[in-house]
Design a protein around this ligand. Structure first.
Ligand SMILES: Nc1ncnc2c1ncn2[C@@H]1O[C@H](COP(=O)(O)OP(=O)(O)OP(=O)(O)O)[C@@H](O)[C@H]1O
Ligand SMILES: [Mg+2]
Length: 233
């Protein structure tokens, strides 16, 4: 060893000494936790982009109750329950919903699988002949996907068949405690404390079997303000 050191000194390389080599990965290299976290974020955000319509590609959740729900869905998806965004047309419900899904993606979860669709598209898939795979396959896919967004629920009265499929879907997600985001122009229940009706609600459109499932595990967030599409927000 000393001969080797003298040889190095003779060549003007005396500053080089033998010692442990640090070959542990840097954050830019596979094997480092930060590298893998960044990879997971990249994959999740690209899945989010694929699931998100062009209009909402810049969506960022800003409402404190929405960001709190998204954070819960990251911490423990089974306790997040349903996020129900309600309010008048154009106030930003769909924007907040996609923003919540983005917020979850940006944490780089181990598993990020999401389906986002409007309620009319969901009913179209569930109708007999509405999908190549058949309604049963579609209902099961929507039951099992870790994250689901149903946009614009309650826009139409549904048939007995789609009511049954919607009930099964919500009941299964409710039983398995899988997170779900719903946006709607209607409140779940428009009755006031005295039981008097204050207009149409989801109860009228979807029936009690479905809305009682919604009532229990739901974080209701009213997105108020003006119609942003009119440019007065
Ligand atoms: N926080 C925001 N920042 C910028 N643009 C926004 C924001 N919220 C909503 N918008 C824009 O305002 C418009 C209306 O928002 P959005 O579609 O989310 O409303 P909505 O409440 O879902 O309406 P509807 O009940 O008709 O479905 C969209 O073009 C959306 O991109
Ligand atoms: Mg909307």
């Amino acid at each position: 060893m000393q001969r080797f050191q003298r040889m190095l000194e003779a060549r003007g390389l005396g500053h080089i000494t033998a010692g442990p080599i640090d070959d542990s990965p840097t954050p830019d290299e596979p094997g480092h936790p930060e590298y893998h976290r960044r990879q997971r974020i990249g994959l999740a955000v690209s899945r989010w982009k694929t699931a998100t319509p062009y209009r909402y590609q810049q969506a960022v959740a800003a409402h404190p109750q929405v960001t709190a729900w998204a954070d819960r869905a990251v911490e423990d998806p089974r306790t997040a329950g349903i996020l129900f965004l309600t309010g008048p047309f154009g106030t930003g419900k769909t924007h907040e919903a996609y923003g919540a899904l983005r917020r979850i993606a940006e944490t780089g979860p181990d598993r990020y699988e999401v389906i986002a669709l409007t309620a009319p598209d969901m009913y179209a898939l569930m109708r007999p002949g509405g999908s190549d795979h058949g309604p049963e396959y579609e209902v099961r896919r929507l039951m099992r996907i870790p994250l689901l967004l149903i946009d614009d629920l309650g826009t139409e009265k549904i048939s007995e068949f789609t009511e049954e499929a919607t009930y099964r879907l919500l009941n299964e997600r409710y039983n398995e405690c899988r997170p779900l985001i719903i946006t709607s122009n209607l409140p779940v229940d428009s009755r006031d404390r005295d039981g008097a009706k204050r207009g149409t609600d989801l109860h009228d459109q979807l029936g009690a079997r479905i809305t009682s499932r919604l009532a229990q595990t739901t974080t209701v967030v009213v997105i108020g303000g003006n119609d942003r599409r009119l440019g007065v927000a």
